[in-house]
Ligand binder design. Structure first.
Ligand code: FES
Length: 96
């Protein structure tokens, strides 16, 4: 079940679904993976080598804290990746 919508940007176009950790997440065209996940209440995007939970930090592609596995590709920055219909996103554990 998705959390309440937290978007502040006007939604444009038709919504679609992608998958995060086996759950269907609703997104809109033009959103990043990070934006769609945050809007649906998912903040933990990866687990670091020391097992600490990590997520969005800079939001502009500089810190790499948001890296996750997108369609099988590790070390993909969620804040720099536009979400697409049917995309499969997983938390990254460790260095990927
Ligand atoms: S949040 Fe810093 S690179 Fe994505």
């Amino acid at each position: 079940m998705n959390a309440p919508d937290r978007r502040i940007r006007k939604k444009t176009g038709d919504s679609f679904l992608f998958e995060f950790e086996g759950r269907s997440i609703t997104a809109w065209p033009g959103e990043t993976v990070a934006a769609a996940l945050i809007a649906s209440g998912h903040y933990n995007l990866r687990t670091a080598e020391d097992q600490s939970n990590r997520g969005l930090f800079c939001g502009i592609g500089m810190c790499w804290e948001c890296r996750c596995v997108v369609d099988g590709n590790p070390n993909t920055r969620a804040c720099m990746t536009e979400v697409k219909p049917g995309m499969i996103v997983r938390r990254q554990h460790g260095v990927g």
